[in-house]
Design a protein around this ligand. Sequence first.
Ligand code: KDG
Ligand code: MG
Length: 403
Amino acid sequence: MPRIVDARVIITAPGRNFVTLKITCDDGTTGLGDATLNGREMAVVAYLTEHVVPCLIGRDAHRIEDVWQYLYKGAYWRRGPVTMTAIAAVDTALWDIKGKIAGLPVYQLLGGAARDGCLVYAHANGVTIEDTIHEARAAIRDGYRAVRLQCGVPGLPTTYGVAKPGERYEPADGELPTESVWSTPQYLRVVPELFRLAREALGWDVHLLHDVHHRLTPIEAGRLGSDLEPYRPFWLEDVTPAEDQEAFRLIRHHTTTPLAVGEVFNSIWDCKTLIENQLIDYIRATVVHAGGITHLRRIAALADLYQIRTGCHGATDLSPVAMAAALHFGLSVPNFGIQEHMPHTTDTDAVFPHAYRFEDGLMHPGDAPGLGVDIDEELAKEYGYRRAYLPVNRLEDGTLWSW
Ligand code: KDG
Ligand code: MG
């Protein structure tokens, strides 16, 4: 049995902060798990180093389920993003180790490929509708079959998902949280226009997606979904904060636009009502924030009963380790839907060399044993951690709102 002899947390910031757990076994096999919780990184670092790592030393690395249960039930305090991100990192690293020892890519341990590759969606964002359509055309030229459209809201200085001209979009940018301003009426006017013009310009052979980022009330969400129906969006994401899962019944009464929710979820309990009542169409929980491959497969299995498909979060704050794990997961589950793909910077890719690849709109995790991703620790040391917060959001009258 491979006995765990070491577990270390590596913090690096090649363009943005990443937290990685590296587990080593007595036979020298190592495994990696992403533990990055954007804007709250050090809370997971402390949880891992102070409370999780001491419990791992000496354990059998093959007993993935038992370790998962030990960390979940054994802590007494269950769930929550910090706990579940830490458990995810351990779980992902143990799957990596099991794959390396078996000499198989992780997806083979999960039942093998259920499809040729994972459909991914790109991001197109611009200050104006024209800029966004221009970006979408570029993504389609690069081979993407699905594109998320975000544009600036007239009258607002910044908008979620839209980069400053000439820069990559990376929201966690402030030494203290920066403040954005939000206007629902302005937003509800511009998005249907974005979709109308995008369909005119791009045609109907590309899937178009949009992220509302938790900013509407349920009835406003119903209105937006209904306004977008003529343009057949692939999905509308996070239309309203989802703590109240029942609220989605109201939205469902008003629109047939498919709904995607769950990038902030960390447990099957966060989406149980949504899934069992078929209130959503895509579940966006991810490996890194929802308890690892082990727990995400449980969520996917529940969703599969209700014809709900996966659509995992994949923004740049999810490291290449999380991306690799998402692709092994996505390739193997029966109800895979789509995977978000926001390419990392070349600096990030150099720190995390990986086997996954993009080809003709699909991604494949590759066939290297384990996850097929490594960390160059020497290079990682060159990029020190810098505190960075996600922005906060206020209405025009100063009321604090969901960002
Ligand atoms: O850390 C927060 C980001 O990952 C999030 O804002 C990105 O909503 C997002 C998405 O859909 O990619
Ligand atoms: Mg989102």
